[in-house]
Design a protein around this ligand. Structure first.
Ligand code: XBP
Ligand code: MG
Length: 252
């Protein structure tokens, strides 16, 4: 029976639904500002999400003929502008946290469970979300902020999870991952982590076979009951997800 000592949180799609109305919009703002014709509509962006990392996503779109070819320096410069637009959107409070996120973070922190971030997104984008959606105190409450290019291979590679666990000196058997996407699940699985998935509009039909719990939301007391889409451990009382559920998953 393994004790829950650490929770590693994915960011985009897990802490908040940032992709459709945040990152996508910010990319389009950068494209427009640069005088480019390319725009990523909601559907196109859904296809592009199979590639993690904003710079990598742009390079993929170039390769498949969606976006005009350009040198990597231009991709990186456009992405830097995109990140600034994204920070503004987040600072404007346009993207709320997903339900249950703050409750579970606060409960886990109060219990002394180590909390960390394992994300593909750029550190500056992560910082904006922490500052404006979670609150500045969370910069100190997360024991590690593992983000972006700090590892060479992004999700679905396990590198960002392994990097975070190495920094925290925690073992996979004591660590739970929270994810929202197929690529995130593959990354956590490859790092030997038990994983809870909260799906969203872009990821609901992706393959999460083998994940420990798959739900529509983490949910909150007094809110609409969540939908349970996969319950490998036969957990009960899943009107909303609690820290006790996380502990049962680790013990199972
Ligand atoms: C999601 C991603 C990110 C964002 C865009 O990562 O793939 O690339 O879509 O962010 P995760 P950047 O779910 O792991 O947080 O443009 O900053 O890369
Ligand atoms: Mg995600």
């Amino acid at each position: 029976m393994a004790e829950l000592k650490c929770i590693l949180w994915d960011v985009d799609g897990t802490l908040a639904d940032t992709e459709r109305d945040g990152h996508r919009v910010a990319f389009n703002m950068a494209f427009e500002e640069a005088g480019m014709d390319r725009r990523w509509n909601v559907e196109t962006y859904g296809e592009l999400l199979k590639v993690t990392g904003g710079k990598e996503r742009m390079q993929f779109d170039i390769k498949r003929g969606g976006m005009a070819d350009m040198p990597y320096e231009k991709v990186a410069a456009l992405h830097a502008r995109k990140t600034i637009h994204y920070q503004t959107l987040i600072a404007d409070g346009l993207i709320p946290l997903r339900s249950g996120v703050l409750r579970l973070l606060e409960e886990a922190y109060a219990e002394g469970i180590t909390l960390g971030i394992s994300t593909t997104t750029t550190p500056a984008a992560l910082d904006a979300l922490i500052e404006h959606s979670l609150g500045k105190e969370w910069f100190d409450r997360f024991a590690v902020l593992a983000a972006g290019d700090v590892v060479p291979a992004k999700k679905p590679a396990p590198d960002i999870y392994n990097y975070a666990m190495e920094k925290l000196a925690v073992k996979p058997e004591h660590t739970l991952a929270l994810e929202d996407s197929g690529n995130g699940w593959l990354s956590a699985k490859a790092a030997n982590l038990k994983t809870v998935i909260t799906v969203n509009g872009y990821t609901a039909n992706q393959d999460f076979d083998g994940a420990d719990l798959i739900v529509s939301e983490l949910g909150d007391k007094g809110c609409e009951a969540i939908q349970v889409l996969g319950n490998k451990h036969g957990l009960t009382g899943l009107e909303y997800v609690t820290l006790s559920h996380f502990k049962s998953i680790m013990a199972g």
